[in-house]
Every structure is written in structure tokens, then in C-alpha cells.
Design a protein around this ligand. Sequence first.
Ligand code: ADP
Length: 414
Amino acid sequence: MNVLVVNSGSSSLKFQLIATDLERIEQQQDDRICRGEIEGIGGQAIVRIQARSQPAQTFTASLADVAPALQYLIRYLTSDRSGVSEIRSAADVHAVGHRVVHGGELFEQSALIDDQVLKGIEDCIDLAPLHNPNNIKGILAARELFGQAVPQVAVFDTAFHHSLPEQSYLYALPYHLYRRHRIRRYGFHGTSHRYVAFRYRALRGLTREQTHIITLHLGNGCSAAALRAGSSVDTSMGMTPLEGLVMGTRSGDLDPAIVNVIARKEGLSPSEVDALLNTQSGLLGISGLTNDMRELQAELKEHDDRRVRLAIDIFCHRARKYIGAFLASMGGADAVIFTGGIGENSPDIRARICSGMEWAGLLLDAAKNRGTVGREGKISDDHSTLLAYAIPTDEELLIARDTVRVILGEPHPS
Ligand code: ADP
């Protein structure tokens, strides 16, 4: 089955085309046909496509919206110059899997999209006003292009965290706010936490029930999750992705009273403060330089800039604090898993986060840590009782696999 995986954002569309079926999932033989991204939708867009065994291609095209962007993509893939022999016409796309950010309390697992599911995703717009409308646009564009007969599946960022117990997901606010407005922790990056947990099990030959781990997704967005017996029992992101760890441009945890203080002192509206916390804070806000960890590390090495060092220190301190908190809240763990652009690629940040964690039995092997970049592997010392792994995430693969399983009515692990 050729599955087109779509992540439709405000002005971008990330995609992968993956050929897979139940047998290939079982044997881990999924075949990645191509991947890419269209940026700047709404104007002169940049299209980047990397087809298997072909050099990466970059084009510019005037693409007014998601629907023409998707049409452009399929036109290119079906043309001879793409080198993608599997797709001769739109009919060769057999299914579409969509990343959907917020499933609220409605969706506990991936769902075959029909009008009722679409309505459910619309009902969650209130919870993710910046994300769900774009995801819906992607779904409608795919429906228009491929027709109703091509099944589409929604894979939710929040679904994996449906297992959070009340004590983890409820805020200490008047309870009626939860009843009236569903104000609670939902958690995000669920597909990533779930994927690395699956890989960790495979690497160690464990069952789901034997999986007691803390997963740290450290990318532009960052979140931690506590997994007990394979299920998420706590997570750092909250009702929105703003809570928790320090991120590229998001503040993470904050005294909620500060919101009013900033509004008053800076003369900002609530939505302006919201934007400040989401887009001008985190690594960018502290360093005053960039949200990009690689650039910060280069800057630190070259100039030893005080605010850059501070940004990295605060980032690592917060992550370490969450490891400690989750160890306590989940009653101990067997391993800490690093993933996301930073978690997968930066031995230095991993070492900084783990430094001083010997009390918890966590000790990195310096050589293994240094040697494990962009690939999966154990990075803890053999004497470490709390193991550490780096595992590259692969949300697209999990979305493609869920799409196949949902369409075929196979039970899929949450
Ligand atoms: P997103 O959350 O948008 O998917 P990624 O998971 O790709 O983002 O993570 C992006 C972050 O990963 C950036 O801060 C980037 O600098 C960082 N990163 C990527 N490679 C490295 C590296 N080799 N060393 C340090 N940081 C890295």
C-alpha cells in the first residue's frame, strides 16, 4: 500500500510517501519512496523533494493554498522527471495518513477519517486554534485530490497520552473549569514518544508491559514523557505545547502570575503575551541570538558568550529537573531515551543533562555517547543502573503504519 503521510502546517506541508503493509510492518521492511517539504504556501513556495536514490530537488512555484500544493506534488511525482516509478497517477496513492495535533478527549487512538471524525477534529479547534484548522485543510485538500474512495487516517499528537491518570492531567484549578472547558493537560509529541518506546522495546527484547522509561523529545519543540508499563503516565506539555521544558522559542514552565505582569508592564494584550511566550522565549529569548541549538553550541565554542551559555544551562537544568520529577512520579524507571534533533544529534547536550544524575544511577559512557549521533544505541555506562539511549524518532513511519493498521481493521498499539 502506498501511503502518503501529510503534515499540513500554517504555510508548509511536510510529506513522505511510504510503501508498507502488515507483512512489511512485521518485518520492518517499509519502503520510503520519497520525502520532502513545501514551504511558503500562500505565495512563492519552495518545494524540496528527495526521492529514493535520486539527488534532492528544489523548485519554486506559486502555490496559493494547501490544495494546489498537494496537486503540484502529485503532478511532479507522476511525471517522468521525478524518478518515482511507483506513482504513475494519483490512483497509485492508496491511502493518506495525516498528523493531527489535537484530538482532545475525543480521540484515544488513530482514526479512519469520515464526516464524524472530521467533525470531531473541528470540535478540537478550540484547543488548538493554530494547528487543527491547518490539519483539516490538509484532509480536505487530499479528499478533493484523491476522492472519497481513498481512505484517510488521522494520527493525533495527543492520543498516546490518553492514559494519563487524573492526578497527572488535572490542574489545581476550580474543577468546573475542567468540566466546562476541558481545561486539562493533554500532552503532545505522542507519536514520537510512542515510536521511540517501541524501538527501545525492540532493542532490548522487552514487552510493552516491561517498558518503564522516560522519553525526552528535544527538537524545536521539547517534551518529556513518563511511560509506565508502556503507557504514558505523565508528560511535560500541557493543555497546549507551551508548558514544560525550555524549547527553541517557547518558555516552558512559568509562574502563571508572570503573564499578567508582562501584560501590564509591557502594555501587551493577552494574545500578544501568548505570542511572546510561544515565539520569542526559550533558547531564543535567553540568548537573544537564535532558537537553533547547533548555532548556540558553535557560538559558545567560539565566543563563550554569557547569555548563550545561560540559555544552554537553563535548557539542560530544566530537562534534568523533569527526569528527577518523573522518576519520583512514576516510581523509578529503567531508562532515559533521547530523541528529536537535539536529543539524537548532540552528545554534548545529553552529557550536560545527565551530569550530576549519578545519584539516580545514571552514568553516561563518554565514548558511546560521542559515537551515537543520528543513530540508535545505548549511551550509558555498563555500570549505570538507569540506562540511557539515543533513538532517532520517526513519526512519519508510525503514521504510515497506523494508517495501514486502521484501514485493515488491525488492532494497533496506542
Ligand atoms: P522539530 O522539532 O522542528 O522537528 P528537530 O527535531 O529537527 O525540530 O530539532 C531541531 C533542533 O535540533 C534545532 O535546535 C537544531 O539546532 C538541533 N540540532 C540538529 N542537529 C544538531 C546537532 N548536531 N547538534 C546540536 N543540535 C542539533
